[in-house]
Design a protein around this ligand. Sequence first.
Ligand code: NIG
Ligand code: FE
Length: 440
Amino acid sequence: MEMRNAQMLVVHAAELIPCAGPVQGIRAAALDRLEAIADGALAIVDGRIAEVGTSASILSRYEAPEVIDATGCLVSPAFVDSHSHLLHGGTRHEEYDAKVTGRREVPLDGGIRYTVRKTREASDEALLARARADLDAMLVHGTATLEAKTGYGLEREQEMRLLRLTAGLRHTVQVVPTYLPLHVLPDGYGDRRAEYIAEAIAALPQAARLAVYCDVSCDPLCFTFEECLEVGEAARALGMRIRVHADQNGDGSGALLAARLRASAADHLDYANDAGLRAMAEAGTVATLLPGVTLHMCEMTPRVAGAALRPAEKPFMPLLARRAIDAGAVVSLSTDYNPGSCPTPSMQMVMQLAARLYRLSYAQIWNMCTLNAARALDLSHDRGSLEPGKRADVLLWSVPTHGLAINRFGVNQVDTVIVEGRVVVREGRLLSSSTVGVNR
Ligand code: NIG
Ligand code: FE
């Protein structure tokens, strides 16, 4: 048989998980199935996956100048992380201490406005340097694609600055920009809500030139169904796609809103109602759960007047995932990386928390962090699984099986990261400047 030339082969994986599935995403019982190829291998041509199979079949048909021996390693797709607040100033570790110990009162909004102030005060250079360092950490932990929102600018000029800085990041991790005008109402707008909504809508044409998505927070602590609908419809009319922070602190009909707007994804969903989840399943809106937030905010209702906004009984955590799966939704997982509700940049941590908090199977978790996560960013035709034609974004793990990658926790278990067919991390370390960019 004639040998084909590849750019790179990865061979002799203890286990290779393609995480393949339909471009619309994986649902229901299929979430619990995961193919694992023993002695697995793949061939890469022009930065794309050419073929996946056993080492015997790949080695009999391909030759390449670079052959990576994955003996003893799990091989998986790289992660897609579909929800982050990457650009921000300051930290909120002191607020967290106050919350954990209950010694001081903390603001009802969880301090978002504090981060807004710190972000405004930070120089462009400081914001970029911090974001790049965070992207480096994400890459080393296996993330090759990241959604990044604004939302700590709030007023137009500051929001546009954050969008411009996001566009200027140039990093190996591909960053997908989202404009989040409806995060919280800025200080001083208490009795001028309509004015703020009108300003957000007026800024949309400018935002649409820099961002793929428009995000709105539909939640009793943030914005109403009607306010979010108005902004969401205006954004759609300009060709933007929609994401929703839905029902994080109470049922604000955020899930229904997301379905109505045909949003790409709705995230959080802690207090979403079943009708909303079913409507999302029907609309093809991905339900993204954020176990890092679930853990970080766990049982820490702010000690403030109005805290009764949270129902007396918190939702039983395992039900969170089960209800979304049973509703038939495409379920995915993400970090929601931000300084307040989830300061971890690691999708490995997200996988490990999802098992413990939501009682999901290893198979469900892998499908939710790969193909379904790519679907949440409308990228499942291009990445999120190891299938012919897709981007060669590949991880080699220091553990041999997909279950162990979730069962062990607390250390980085990604050894090698390949992005578009290029090794960018080896033995857990960045090889060179990660800004030698493939980020277009
Ligand atoms: O968890 N509606 C917003 N919720 C944000 C909070 C971010 C923060 O605390 O700074 C979220 O996604
Ligand atoms: Fe968020």
